[in-house]
Design a protein around this ligand. Structure first.
Ligand code: PGA
Length: 256
């Protein structure tokens, strides 16, 4: 089953506005218009840069979309510091990362929060990029697949199979994020396969065949060529290597 790969850059809390605009402009130059037919390219800048990055992409008619790194599930109200789905949509986002391990570990985001965020995004027509992944302790205890699949079961609870199809999942072993350590491509693919078979059990084979599952965690142009051909890996969620136009463009090109 051929799925269109996704290459998403998670800029995290990096780049001020002029640096964000500059990186987006460089990517517009490096990412060829026809690549958009083969790969969905997503830039996830800090929230205050979303609109500027969207403007750069629109001006250049570049084959790239923009995503937020977080969102709140309520439409509006007394939620100091939060941003709604309507707000990121109006700013130009088509995607939103949710459940990143940094948000789970540092900001207390729970599986239930991830589920609420996924539902709110889907209701507004945006695509959630749902992150999951195990700690080193969980891996060493041999519990990776059950832990990760349980995160996904909870994230997708109550969502219709027809909506699950267009969700994106990012499998990111926590011990691989920003560390330079990576699982073998086979080990990463095994977890992605377990996620896919969980989706098949819960939502049917069609949803399992359609859903894109990305690998994330120290993916670079040098190792992407080993991960991307794996049967259950449909692209990457990239942190460090998305902050330079050359390396991110090379990662996009590696999906062609
Ligand atoms: P990394 O981050 O590529 O820097 O390891 C990936 C992520 O956190 O999404």
């Amino acid at each position: 089953m051929k799925r269109k790969p996704v290459m998403a850059g998670n800029w995290k809390m990096n780049k001020n506005n002029s640096e964000a605009v500059n990186l987006a402009q460089q990517l517009c130059y490096k990412v060829e218009p026809e690549w958009g037919r083969e790969v969905d390219v997503v830039l996830c800048p800090p929230a205050v840069d979303i609109k500027s990055v969207c403007n750069v992409i629109a001006f250049d008619k570049a084959p790239m979309s923009v995503g937020a790194q977080n969102v709140h599930w309520e439409e509006s109200g007394a939620y100091t510091g939060e941003i709604s789905v309507g707000m990121i949509k109006e700013a130009g986002c088509k995607y939103c990362i949710i459940g990143h391990s940094e948000r789970r570990e540092m900001f207390g985001e729970t599986d239930e929060d991830v589920n609420r965020k996924a539902k709110a995004l889907i209701a507004a027509g945006l695509t959630p990029i749902i992150c999951c992944g195990e700690t080193l302790e969980t891996r060493d205890a041999g519990l990776t697949n059950s832990f990760v699949c349980n995160q996904i079961v909870k994230a997708l609870a109550g969502i219709a199979a027809s909506d699950v199809e267009r969700v994106v999942i990012a499998y990111e072993p926590i011990w691989a994020i920003g560390t330079g350590r990576v699982p073998t491509p086979e080990a990463a693919d095994e977890v992605c396969a377990a996620i896919r078979s969980t989706i098949a059990q819960l939502f049917g084979q069609r949803a399992a065949d359609q859903i894109r599952i990305l690998y994330g965690g120290s993916m670079k142009p040098e190792n992407a060529k080993f991960f991307l051909p794996m049967p259950n890996i449909d692209g990457g969620l990239i942190g460090g290597a998305s902050l330079k136009a050359d390396s991110f463009a090379a990662l996009v090109q590696a999906c062609l």
